[in-house]
Design a protein around this ligand. Structure first.
Ligand code: HEC
Ligand code: HEC
Length: 204
């Protein structure tokens, strides 16, 4: 199991690091127009990525600042995925603010769903320091995991383990995990209530 004190130290460092990245308000109308294409994949329940096959991640209720980080990662090539790179390549920083501000209005982030009835498991004790006891992240710059597709969570954790996806914090967190740990954690977080497949027209 992970050393909890070490995880906490990383957590505090990351907090200090992200303290200055408050989410700027984007233009929702422009964001909605930009999101039209995105929802062609992210707005369809159970839509799959091909080769390898896994479900396209849910974005509804995802933390806004993390959506920005993810899109800039695809655009600037620090996060590899050819389709998402093609999607993000033409977006300016302002476009990214606009589209993520719009996406952040979709979904309920699980808070309203009254929490979860899933029993906590000991194996995720380190993870929940950042990703939240209920899978809703404690910082807007970190992704919520609650309700995310199980297959996508497995895919993401394996990418951190094999270095395809680079993030210094998650690389350290994922390195000691076995295939069984990954399955267990993905299953746990996917069963919590939270993220949703975005559907146009759910705007409050
Ligand atoms: C052709 C289908 C497709 C389209 C269109 C598409 N995406 Fe994606 N998106 C994906 C897939 C597949 C992934 C997972 C990629 C990976 O494994 O890193 C993804 C990942 C993401 C992520 C990261 C989610 C996470 O939890 O880390 C964000 C944010 C995102 N897309 C936003 C967008 C936005 C905004 C648009 C429109 C500008 C868009 N996507 C258009 C398929 C698509
Ligand atoms: C110190 C804070 C911290 C801890 C502890 C932590 N994470 Fe993370 N996690 C992050 C951050 C930050 C990211 C986003 C990194 C990036 O941009 O790729 C992330 C991303 C992820 C993702 C990808 C989500 C997505 O939408 O693509 C998964 C899955 C994940 N973490 C699972 C875990 C698990 C399982 C543990 C425990 C073994 C854990 N994390 C521990 C901070 C943390």
């Amino acid at each position: 199991m992970m050393n909890q004190a070490r995880a906490l130290a990383i957590l505090l460092l990351s907090c200090a690091f992200f303290a200055g990245t408050a989410h700027a308000e984007g233009n929702l109308e422009h964001g909605e127009a930009l999101a039209y294409t995105c929802l062609g994949c992210h707005g369809i329940e159970g839509y799959r990525n091909a080769y390898p096959s896994y479900r396209v991640p849910k974005l509804g209720g995802q933390t806004a600042a993390y959506l920005v980080v993810a899109l800039k990662g695809y655009r600037d090539g620090t996060r590899a995925h050819s389709t998402m790179h093609a999607q993000a390549a033409s977006l300016s920083d302002q476009d990214i603010e606009d589209v993520t501000s719009y996406l952040a209005t979709l979904g309920t982030d699980g808070v309203e769903s009254g929490g979860s009835k899933v029993e906590p498991i000991e194996e995720t004790a380190t993870c929940v320091a950042c990703h939240g006891q209920n899978g809703i992240s404690v910082s807007p710059a970190w992704p919520s995991l609650a309700g995310q597709h199980e297959e996508y969570l497995v895919h993401a954790l394996n990418q951190y383990r094999d270095g395809t996806r680079k993030d210094p914090v998650m690389a350290q967190m994922a390195a000691p995990l076995s295939d069984d740990d990954v399955k267990l954690m993905a299953r746990y977080f996917s069963r919590l209530k939270g993220l949703e497949t975005t559907k146009p027209g759910r705007t409050p």
